[in-house]
Design a protein around this ligand. Sequence first.
Ligand SMILES: [Fe+2]
Length: 299
Amino acid sequence: MNIYVDSKMSDDSRRKELYRGSIFVHSPSPSALRLCQLAQSMIEEAFHPFDPLTVHQHITPEKCAEILAVLKPRFIHHPESKQCIQGILSEAGCDLSQTYFDVPRMRTAYPGDYLKSGIAYAFHPHRDTWYSAPYCQINWWMPIYDLNSENGMALHPHYFDRPIKNSSRGYNYHKWNLESRQNAAQHVKSDTRVQPRAEEPIELDPQVRLVCKVGGAYQFSAASLHSTVPNTSDVIRYSIDFRTVHLADVLGRIGARNVDSECTGTTMGDYLRGTDFSHLPNEAISMYQDGTEVMYAKA
Ligand SMILES: [Fe+2]
């Protein structure tokens, strides 16, 4: 496994490396900085008059969750967010006509036990492929404000090829969407939603914590084990992540190897083409469907 910094590798070669567990780190690009600025202005407006990095010292977790429940979807669906992703992808050498992305999410990690469930879920070690992501999915992650090693995200590369006993067999993306997502803001103190997790002790070390600049981003495979770093700093972490798939890899079933995932359903219906935001062709989506999308169709 390699960590590439500002690599000039073509996107085709880069994806092959990502599927082998490598990580690609990018310096801030103009569109990434624009996306971070958009996020910052929305965050600052939402928490006004408080400093967004220390809001936890001023308001209750319940109030904070209430604000996040409005702020996060507003950011996800902001028209400028999608345009920034287009820019980030083309600045990173991706072919927009072949690359599909899902809308960017805003994530938060609060110091201590202030708020770490529901709308601010602190992710236990997981692979996104336990959550019905395809093996060709690539994750992108970037901090919105200055990051430090105590409030970021960790990758656990020694598990890339190593199966972990896990409960992904009980997870279905369509069922999850139907039952859980709408209620995320209600889970302030604890989270009762069933999520796929390891069923054996996980050795978190050695771990990689990439501390990049605001607008800097890194890419890793959806099959990479990663987790939220317990925030032992005194400031809140705000970050953005989004995912991409490449049409040729979707059609060719090319991607990371499945070492241990048994979930059902697929996120393939979520990705939007870099050029015109259209969904993947039906024949591509249907290759990954298993019937559960009908079973748990929204009423
Ligand atoms: Fe994840």
